[in-house]
Design a protein around this ligand. Structure first.
Ligand code: URA
Length: 283
C-alpha cells in the first residue's frame, strides 16, 4: 500500500474510532451469484457498547458521558476495502425483510467460524453463550476455561458449579438466565483476555444483550466490569452496586473463581446474589 493511501486509511480509521466504532475485520467474500445473507446484508451494528457509563442506583448519581466531538470525515480513500457485493434482483431474490431486532441465532451465524482475533488458533470451540433468549438476567464472565472450551458451553467447570449453587441459593434456575463471556474463545492458560481480543469479541456480546434485552446484567469479576461498565476500580470496592447499562441495570460482583480461591469470600457472592433476587422480584 502506498504512503498516501495508508495515510487516508489511517484518517478513516481514526474517524470511525472517534465515533466509537472499532474492531474492524474483513468479511469473507460472498460466493458469486448468491444473495448476501441476512447478517451480511444489514448494516453492521455499532461495535462499541451503548457504553453505559457507570451510574449506580440507588446510591450514586448518574454522570452523563460527554457528547462525542463532532468529527469531520476526511476524504474517502481511493481503495475498495470490501469485495463488491454480488448483484441480485431486489424484488425476486431478496430475503424476507427482517422485522425487529436481530435474534441470537442471527448473531451466532454472523460470528461464524470466527478468526477475528488471535485466540482462534488455540481454541477448540467457540463458546457463544447459553440460556433463555428472553432471560431477565444475563451473567457475563471473563472467558471460557478448559471445560468450556471442550464442551462449547459457558460456566460448566468448577466456577460454573459454584455459579449454579449461588443461583440455587437464591431460587434462580440456570435455564431461566443467559450466561456468556466477554470473549468467546479460551485464552491460552486461562489468562485474562487482552484488549485487542476483547475489542474484537465484545461487539457480539453487546448484540446478544441487545437481542435478549434483559432487565439485569450481572458482571462476574473485574474484566467483565471493565469491559461492560468501563469501571477500572477494584472489584471488591465496587461490587454489590447497581449501574446503568443503557436502559438495563447492571450489578458488579466477584467472579466465582475468586471465591473458589478465597472460600471465605463466599458470603459476599451470596450477598450480591440476594440483591439480584430482590431486584428481579421488584416491579
Ligand atoms: N470462567 C468464566 O469467566 N467463564 C466461563 O465460561 C467459565 C469460567
Amino acid at each position: 500500500m502506498d504512503q498516501a493511501t495508508r495515510k487516508e486509511l489511517t484518517a478513516w480509521l481514526e474517524f470511525y474510532q472517534e465515533l466509537g466504532i472499532e474492531g474492524f475485520y474483513r468479511r469473507k467474500p460472498a460466493t458469486a451469484g448468491t444473495p448476501p445473507s441476512l447478517a451480511e446484508a444489514r448494516p453492521a451494528p455499532p461495535a462499541a457498547a451503548p457504553k453505559a457509563v457507570p451510574s449506580p442506583v440507588p446510591t450514586r448519581t448518574a454522570t452523563a458521558p460527554a457528547p462525542p466531538k463532532p468529527a469531520t470525515p476526511p476524504t474517502p480513500p481511493p481503495v475498495a476495502i470490501r469485495p463488491p457485493a454480488p448483484s441480485f434482483n431486489l424484488f425476486e431474490a431478496a430475503p424476507a425483510p427482517r422485522s425487529g431486532p436481530e435474534t441470537l441465532e442471527q448473531i451466532r451465524q454472523d460470528l461464524g467460524d470466527c478468526h477475528r482475533c488471535k485466540l482462534a488458533p488455540t481454541r477448540k470451540t467457540i463458546v457463544f453463550g447459553e440460556g433463555n433468549p428472553h432471560a431477565e438476567l444475563v451473567f457475563i464472565g471473563e472467558g471460557p476455561g478448559a471445560d468450556e472450551d471442550e464442551q462449547g458451553l459457558p460456566f460448566v467447570g468448577r466456577a460454573g458449579k459454584l455459579l449454579n449453587r449461588m443461583m440455587q441459593t437464591v431460587g434462580l434456575k440456570r435455564e431461566d438466565v443467559y450466561i456468556c463471556n466477554i470473549v468467546k474463545c479460551r485464552p491460552p492458560g486461562n489468562r485474562t483476555p487482552e484488549k485487542d481480543e476483547v475489542d474484537s469479541c465484545s461487539p457480539f456480546l453487546y448484540r446478544q444483550i441487545e437481542a435478549i434485552k434483559p432487565r439485569l446484567i450481572c458482571c462476574l469479576g473485574a474484566p467483565a466490569v471493565r469491559t461492560v461498565l468501563g469501571i477500572k476500580e477494584g472489584i471488591t470496592k465496587i461490587r454489590g452496586q447497581f449501574y446503568d447499562f443503557g436502559s438495563t441495570k447492571a450489578l458488579a460482583t466477584v467472579h466465582p473463581a475468586y471465591v473458589l480461591r478465597n472460600p471465605r469470600e463466599e458470603k459476599i457472592l451470596i450477598e450480591d446474589f440476594e440483591k439480584i433476587r430482590d431486584f428481579l422480584k421488584g416491579a
